[in-house]
Write a protein that binds this ligand. Structure first.
Ligand code: NAD
Length: 299
């Protein structure tokens, strides 16, 4: 397929773009801060510019668009700026795709849309799946709710299949090797202090597994993905101890259902993606950290 990936220079976009290219797709990256990516035709574009975005998408004649561009970290800019930037980007890119008659459009949402992070938050059930109510508690999460609804709107009104995914805390290959993560600390620090990973309910996702998810999403029959959203995370929790032993002190909002999260079981369910798309993550922190430690010792 010909696939436009917006935000191709980002933490997630870099690996997702090169991963789709490696699986045989023709990938056109679009970012306002372009970087070279192997096998990807990268274009510079400010996707808040409606005309430039329309020209880029219509000119690329893609079969699919994967929309990732945006402000990716809650509270990293004033709340209003995050809301306006992310919702404008979402509408501009999806509307341009609809006008160009693109067959498939996948937009990045976030697990934060369900509202964890505030003291009063309570999980409706654990493990958390796509039936959990959406109760955003900041402008970033609210912008993701709007992006999900924008995808649903185009799913109803445009010809193609429109859907979204909620990637868990993305870990790029270099971050296993010690580069700082989105929050500024390393993966080892995030594991050594469980309070750091508790903020995102111990979730995570290797960026290469995000690429294989996008590939599976693109390959699925349109009726399976149209108007649908998927949690996309690792098969285990990002914690050295079972979540069942950690939640009372660190995330009481998970409630007693979390006693069932024994062993390495994660808080978020990825059953929907597994059942409907046949997708399963292949990377786990134990093996990825061990592999990067061995590599750095050998070099
Ligand atoms: N990284 C995570 O853990 C995570 C988790 C859940 C959801 N997400 C979502 O996934 C997407 C990608 O996240 P990321 O971590 O790669 O973010 P990132 O900040 O690393 O990358 C975002 C990219 O978007 C580009 N961009 C921003 N505004 C633009 C504009 N106006 N025009 C063109 N390009 C623009 C930036 O230049 C950047 O390269 C985001 O929508 C984010 O909200 C990320």
């Amino acid at each position: 397929m010909r696939v436009v990936v917006t935000g191709s220079s980002g933490r997630l976009g870099r690996t997702l773009s090169t991963g789709l290219a490696a699986s045989g797709h023709t990938v056109i990256g679009a970012d306002r801060a372009p970087i070279e990516l192997p096998g990807v035709d990268v274009r510079e574009a400010d996707l808040l510019d409606e005309r430039a975005t329309e020209a880029l998408i219509a000119g690329a004649r893609p079969d699919a668009v994967v929309h990732l561009a945006g402000i990716a970290v809650p509270f990293s800019a004033p709340e209003r700026d995050i809301l306006l930037a992310n919702t404008s980007l979402g509408h501009t890119v999806l509307a341009a795709a609809a006008r160009a008659g693109v067959g498939r459009v996948l937009a990045a949402s976030s697990p934060t849309v369900i509202g964890y992070g505030t003291p009063g938050w309570r999980a409706s059930a654990v493990p958390i799946d796509e039936t959990h109510p959406r109760e955003p508690s900041n402008a970033y999460a609210l912008s993701k709710l709007v992006i999900e609804e924008t995808a649903r709107m185009f799913s109803r009104t445009a010809a193609g299949a429109y859907g979204w995914f909620r990637p868990c805390y993305v870990v790029s290959p270099e971050e296993w090797a010690g580069s700082p993560t989105q929050q500024g600390h390393t993966m080892l620090e995030r594991l050594d202090d469980p309070a750091l990973a508790a903020v995102s309910l111990f979730n995570y996702l290797d960026a290469r597994d995000a690429a294989s998810f996008a590939d599976a999403w693109l390959a699925a029959p349109p009726e399976v993905v149209d108007g649908e959203g998927f949690f996309v995370g690792a098969a285990d929790a990002l914690a050295r101890r079972p979540v069942a032993e950690l939640w009372r002190d660190l995330v009481p909002g998970l409630g007693p259902d979390a006693d069932g999260l024994t062993g390495t079981r994660p808080v978020f369910s990825i059953e929907k993606a597994a059942e409907r798309l046949g997708w399963l993550p292949r990377r786990e922190w134990r093996s990825e950290l061990a592999a990067s430690t061995t590599e750095s010792r050998a070099s």
